[in-house]
Design a protein around this ligand. Structure first.
Ligand code: 8Z2
Length: 306
């Protein structure tokens, strides 16, 4: 509940994914900038291996800029760093919203690092999959407003990250594509990837997309509702911050409870089946036929380059 007490606003906080709205904390009431106010910007950057995180104290908005060369593939190290950063922001009373974007001008994220799924031990595969789950749980279950500024292509796990946000803005460039293309690699999008897509574009479009492993151009992604808006590449961050200020105009407690109401069943499904989902992944990815498919796909990626 939000209660005003001597200039302090009591707002709910905590991780929706695990416990619903679990604790109440004090946040000082601030007037948010309508637009990013560069002149008064007080960024506090932290963590800088695979991503930069900058929190603007004036707006309460953090920007996570992924910067893992060459294509922001989601390795175990990347996923671990991402989850830690999300946790830190979630706990930070100053932070109310996150914009997720990429420093690579053409690629938002290439999805899961295929090298993490090829030729690895079952132990490693299990640890990797738990980290993939954790990334999604942190993002899909965040109390903060989350906006994906998709400034490049975003296949598979990259698309999942975008789907886990509250709002998706994509750069209006016909060369960029987004979608869950797993079947094209000979692998299968797990149920919570599927659920994330259903919750955004509906069941029929998801079935079509998943069976065919469809990648959508930016304009087609807009048509099916996979992204909410297209914006010129050079305007994407300004626009994302402007949309963020609209979302932050809603009282946190009301928006958070609503978000939890909408997302909890989907989150609970993975939480309840987390261990069996890891086991399924390990069994599936260890099969010779699946390893062969991944090997061929990796070779195809390398050949395409030459
Ligand atoms: C029952 C259920 C159980 C569970 C069943 C299992 C469920 C698994 C779910 C899987 C989810 C996934 O995300 S699977 C990942 C899916 N991702 C993809 O298919 C993306 C493949 N990549 C691309 O399409 C492109 O690379 C793209 C991202 C658009 C960038 O194109 P560019 O032309 O700019 O760059 P490229 O030259 O292609 O790539 C640059 C280098 O990056 C490498 N690279 C590209 N994508 C990579 C990736 N995902 N992982 C590692 N490395 C990658 C290339 O090999 C090159 O390496 P060098 O040659 O060495 O420089």
């Amino acid at each position: 509940m939000a209660v005003l007490l001597n200039g302090l606003r009591l707002v709910s906080s905590g991780n929706l994914s695990l416990h619903g709205i679990k604790s109440l904390q004090y946040k000082s009431t601030r007037i948010l900038c309508q637009l990013p106010c560069k002149s008064s910007y007080q960024g506090r950057p932290f963590s800088n291996k695979n991503m930069t995180v900058e929190l603007d104290n004036n707006t309460g908005v953090a920007v996570i800029q992924m910067k893992k060369p060459p294509v922001n593939s989601l390795s175990l190290e990347f996923l671990t760093e991402f989850a830690i950063n999300m946790e830190k922001l979630e706990m930070d009373r100053e932070c109310r919203g996150v914009v997720l974007t990429s420093s690579n001008p053409k690629i938002f994220s290439a999805g899961l690092d295929i090298n993490e799924m090829y030729g690895k031990t079952p132990e490693h595969s299990g640890e990797f999959w738990r980290a993939v789950q954790e990334m999604w749980l942190k993002l899909y279950g965040s109390n903060m407003v989350t906006i994906a500024a998709i400034n490049g292509s975003s296949p598979a796990g990259g698309c999942l990250m975008a789907l886990a946000c509250d709002y998706r803005i994509m750069a209006d460039n016909p060369k960029y594509a987004i979608g869950l293309n797993e079947t094209k690699l000979g692998i299968v999008a797990p149920f919570w990837f599927k659920d994330s897509m259903i919750n955004v574009i509906g069941r029929r479009a998801t079935e079509h997309s998943l069976q065919l492993g469809l990648m959508y151009s930016a304009s087609n992604a807009l048509k099916i509702g996979l992204v909410d808006q297209l914006v010129a590449q050079d305007k994407i961050m300004t626009h994302a911050l402007s949309v963020m200020s609209e979302w932050l105009a809603i009282p946190d407690h009301a928006r958070q409870i609503t978000k939890s109401m909408m997302r909890k069943p989907t989150l609970d499904r993975l939480l309840t089946n987390r261990e069996s989902d890891i086991q399924n992944f390990v069994n599936f990815i260890s099969k010779d036929s699946i390893q062969k498919s991944l090997q061929l796909y990796l070779e195809m990626l390398k050949q395409r380059k030459s």
